[in-house]
Design a protein around this ligand. Sequence first.
Ligand code: AMP
Ligand code: MG
Length: 313
Amino acid sequence: MAGEGTPILTPDAAGIAQAAALLRAGRLVALPTETVYGLAARADSESAVAAIYRAKGRPDFNPLIVHVGSLEQARGLARLDERAEMLAARFWPGPLTLVLPAREGSGIAPAVTAGLPTLALRMPDHPVMQRLLEELGLPLAAPSANRSGAVSPTTPAHVAQAFGPAIAAVLDGGACARGLESTIVALREAGHWQLLRPGPIPEAEIAALLGPPVPLENLGIEAPGQMARHYSPGKPVRLEAVDAAPDEYVIGFGAVAGHCSLSERGDLALAAARLYACLHLAAASDKPRIAVAPVPREGLGLAINDRLKRAAA
Ligand code: AMP
Ligand code: MG
């Protein structure tokens, strides 16, 4: 089943045109971004969006991020206040998702926001994705291209393994450079803002522009980034491991060697980029358990530890 059945499109003009045609027709296509592969559908089609939830087995209370190719497109879908404009100018295209007040009548299918009055928007920084968005001219709803709760995909092979023929195609954009899902920031009224999911852009960089976070009471559903169990490799995971039992697959970091190392030199950016590939290897190995070396809780290490904690839950 590994890799069988998902057509893989090359990231040239013909492949991008084919992906765009499939998406226009309401089909699901997995697309490369700088964070992880996304399982995309046109965001204005209720049936196409419903197919994302079905394919992933995703609970329908869990809203999707909409990906745009331009700032004008973003402004047509949600209300960007001064703070949003400032963050977009600084971090877009890039791994920052903004949760903003949705515009009525923008044409976004209601299932995308799972009934919330807010819309999560991001402009991805991947040349293939950008060409596709430009050619398509439509916003795309795209959660990570994995079955709900499982390890996120950073290569076309991960996607093919998870979905086989259940999706129309995967557009090959190589391995994802960042390897972790976007940082999600909710901009609330009256100066309130909060981090909903740690990611490649550290909270401190947002706070440097907006001042320290001022959370509202939790409004209920929000990021499944917030679900305790997520990114699960399907076997027990032990964290902060500096030694290993014979039946453990070891994911190393720095001086702690492993069957797979996040980064032998202790480079956090590299560790983020490799995290899901190592978790996929660990899931596929014949070892029944997984041990992961300590990763420092600073900068990108905060987002890496957030994912590891949920993988181990
Ligand atoms: P993923 O499934 O990994 O693509 O994650 C998408 C993330 O965006 C999830 O954590 C969603 O809950 C979050 N999200 C999308 N729309 C909203 C919204 N309107 N408010 C809060 N979180 C959102
Ligand atoms: Mg996900």
